[in-house]
Design a protein around this ligand. Structure first.
Ligand SMILES: Cc1cc2nc3c(=O)[nH]c(=O)nc-3n(C[C@H](O)[C@H](O)[C@H](O)COP(=O)(O)O)c2cc1C
Length: 225
């Protein structure tokens, strides 16, 4: 039944969602390890009919996809979901929010509640890259848009996502003793915090940036001392 909709229809729906060939977009990818649900912020790029992920081998997402061969790409506009996905262990998301996930329709991977759309996909090929990364080629099995509402663009969405990405890179630079690069990211996060305070005071963004800033401050102290 689901296979009746051809691949070109998926292409149309992906375009609706903002996917463009050779442009990276930020999503949340959910997977299973046995019956344990996992979700993580991951970049995705569309090239023709396929989607590609570049995953660090150390991530659970990579481990789960290489085992299960399936995943859901959750198209998310709510930055809080990105935040929860990055800090899931620290925040105990799986225990605190048992209803955070939904079943998917065509793959052995869960969907994340609150996403605007779901792209269910299976891994077709794995290519080892440099820097401990693997490129995963995905074949789309099903696309569902659950929230087609248009949304205004807010600078704070960008600022929060950039800060979360930088926060994942600081420990890498620190472990490689690349102090100048780590300090540069710390300064950028400080700048984005100021921007969010200015542009979106009293928002959900401020709360998230507060937490990000705490982590950032700890890295700053570690580097200084
Ligand atoms: C917006 C954003 C995009 C990210 N994109 C990627 C990516 O494309 N590949 C990757 O391996 N890690 C990426 N990361 C880092 C992972 O989300 C992070 O390492 C996470 O802890 C992995 O979780 P997991 O071990 O549950 O898979 C990204 C982080 C953020 C905040």
């Amino acid at each position: 039944m689901l296979e009746v909709i051809g691949i070109s229809s998926w292409g149309f729906m992906l375009k609706e969602l903002g996917f463009r060939d050779y442009s990276f977009v930020e999503t949340v990818v959910s997977t299973y390890s046995g019956n344990i649900k996992n979700f993580a912020p991951i970049g995705v790029v569309k090239k023709g009919r396929n989607l590609y992920l570049k995953l660090f081998k150390i991530t659970k997402t990579y481990r789960n996809i290489s085992e299960n061969k399936e995943c859901v790409i959750n198209v998310v506009s709510d930055v809080e979901i990105f935040y929860l996905a990055l800090f899931k262990e620290k925040l105990g998301v799986n225990k605190r929010f048992p209803n955070f996930f939904l079943p998917s329709l065509t793959v052995d991977a869960p969907r994340v509640k609150g996403a605007d759309a779901y792209v269910e996909a299976e891994a077709e090929n794995f290519k080892t890259l440099t820097n401990g990364k693997v490129e995963v080629k995905l074949r789309i099995k099903f696309v569902e848009i659950v929230n087609p509402r248009p949304k205004v663009f807010c600078r704070c969405d960008f600022a929060v996502i950039e800060s979360l990405i930088h926060l994942t890179r600081i420990p890498v630079f620190v472990s490689q003793k690349r102090w100048v690069e780590a300090e540069k990211l710390i300064k950028l996060i400080e700048y984005y915090k100021e921007l969010v305070e200015r542009v979106c005071p009293k928002s959900e963004h401020i709360k998230i940036m507060g937490k990000v800033a705490e982590e950032n401050e700890q890295w700053k102290k570690k580097i200084a001392g």
